[in-house]
Ligand binder design. Sequence first.
Ligand SMILES: C[S@@+](CC[C@H](N)C(=O)[O-])C[C@H]1O[C@@H](n2cnc3c(N)ncnc32)[C@H](O)[C@@H]1O
Length: 199
Amino acid sequence: MAKPYDPKDFYYRKAKKAGLRARSAFKIDEIVRRHRLVSKGQAVLDLGAAPGGFLQVLSDLVGEKGVAVGVDLEPVRNLGKPWVRTAVVDLLAPDALDRIAALHPGRFDLVTSDMAPRTIGIKVTDEARSLELCRMALRVAGETLRLGGAFVTKVFMGGDFPVFKREVAARFDRVQVARPEATREASYEVYVVGTGFRG
Ligand SMILES: C[S@@+](CC[C@H](N)C(=O)[O-])C[C@H]1O[C@@H](n2cnc3c(N)ncnc32)[C@H](O)[C@@H]1O
């Protein structure tokens, strides 16, 4: 039997103890380490970055010689690291790419997206909105990644999941699906990991 939903579960408490802003920090940590997606001195872009859990992990991994850019509808509180740059950006707005380029005009080695729509509880609508954000994340990755770069995006497993996976496969050498340990048992989210961006 599935465990009842516990908002303050093991990973929530572990994140609090470690000074992490969101339990999702453990998810990206597991994914980037397992797939060896990032190293010191690299540039990473995180879409849907607030409150900053992914960014805390990614900025530590790229270190002070790297760049970690985070954008979200909500502001990300200062992380106290000069190599982290954040801005309030609506990824569905027409100026989103320009706003990102203003933060870092160069290419990125890794683009991550944990974007999620405000859910309304109607499965088909929530899934469609989530997919719209995933496609936008893929588009941003397509415009900003260097050749050979990597992409990670959260996706809700719905009817169109295989279609989206094929869309990622068309642009990357390898596509894998990750379900990190910190994912709640009842959740139907997974992360699609694309490596070897083909341009
Ligand atoms: C699950 S939270 C991200 C948590 C984050 N990865 C962390 O570790 O702190 C999802 C985020 O997606 C953002 N989001 C949803 N729609 C967006 C959009 N159109 N543009 C930018 N961000 C968006 C939300 O504001 C929310 O902060």
